[in-house]
Design a protein around this ligand. Sequence first.
Ligand SMILES: [Zn+2]
Length: 356
Amino acid sequence: MKALVYEEYAPDDNYARILKIKEVPDPKPRSHEVVFKVNVAGLNHDDIWGMRGRPLQIPLPHISGTDAAGEVTAVGEDVTTVKIGDRVVSHGNLSCRVCTACTDGREYDCRTRKIWGFQTGPLWGGYCEYAHLPEVNVVKIPENVSCEEAAASSMVMVTSWHMLIGRAKIKPGQTVLIMGGASGMGTFGIQIAKLYGCDVIATASQNKLDDCLKLGADFAVDHRKEDWDKEVFTITKDLAKKKGAKPGVDVVYEHIGGSHWNKELALLKYGATIVTTGATTGYDVQTDLRHIFFKGINVLGSTQGTRSELVDGLYWLSQGKIKAIIDSIHTFENAAEAHTKMLKGNLVGKILMRPN
Ligand SMILES: [Zn+2]
């Protein structure tokens, strides 16, 4: 089969130099595995970390791709819930399923967990014609959800769902601040918070504010402005008047890091929550501890989510209550351009690729 392969790293982000379309052996399912013909796969930032060879050196030769969707073509003899012809999407969180964390319902805390297409290999990811995964790492795609929507959702939707529902436990009527509202993470953050009846303030750069509002955000603020936090606080004051509550934010949805962190802490109400899953603009943040102890702030970390949360998210996609936002669809031939576009961040939603 055809696969998008690299055999060396590109720390200079020159992906065109390393990405090659190659013939590799077709996978045969092991007894607990499913093989599916990849219709389309979604790009994630872990593709870039893999190609750079840092922060960790992933196995070479490598096939990236954590979010793949397509039709099942073969199943192992022990597979019971999926059959040939089913449409499936990957749940790229490969955990052991027997350790204390896994059996406690926290597969994301499994110490032997690997992200498929990032840490797996050699030659084991979703950018190929036929992908293979354990049965537990695929989820059937509901009838009225396309492969494109499923591939554009899997990793970011489960991560967003887990942050807001699993960790922050948002409730109707709360004020939720979604940072980076136009990114893959942000587009789901806005929609999930609205699905749960929250008032949503999203931040984005100026040219993407309308995209946030179209997704359902009640307010959108340009986070590149120096005093973006003051604008958010003014909005919460108006909301507080309506609700007869105190101004401030109940939950901050954080995946940006960098210089915004301390301002986010300052915006939180007493007893409120900040949940964080990333640090795309910097991890070494300044924290004014007074915000945390005096206001009794909950600082929650979050990584990916559970298979069951992915099933929940796919259900709401099928009900039309959440949409997958697709920026563009490419082929393996222009994979380097697609990844460069993601790196530069000039996009709204997810970038996808097809093998053909
Ligand atoms: Zn485990």
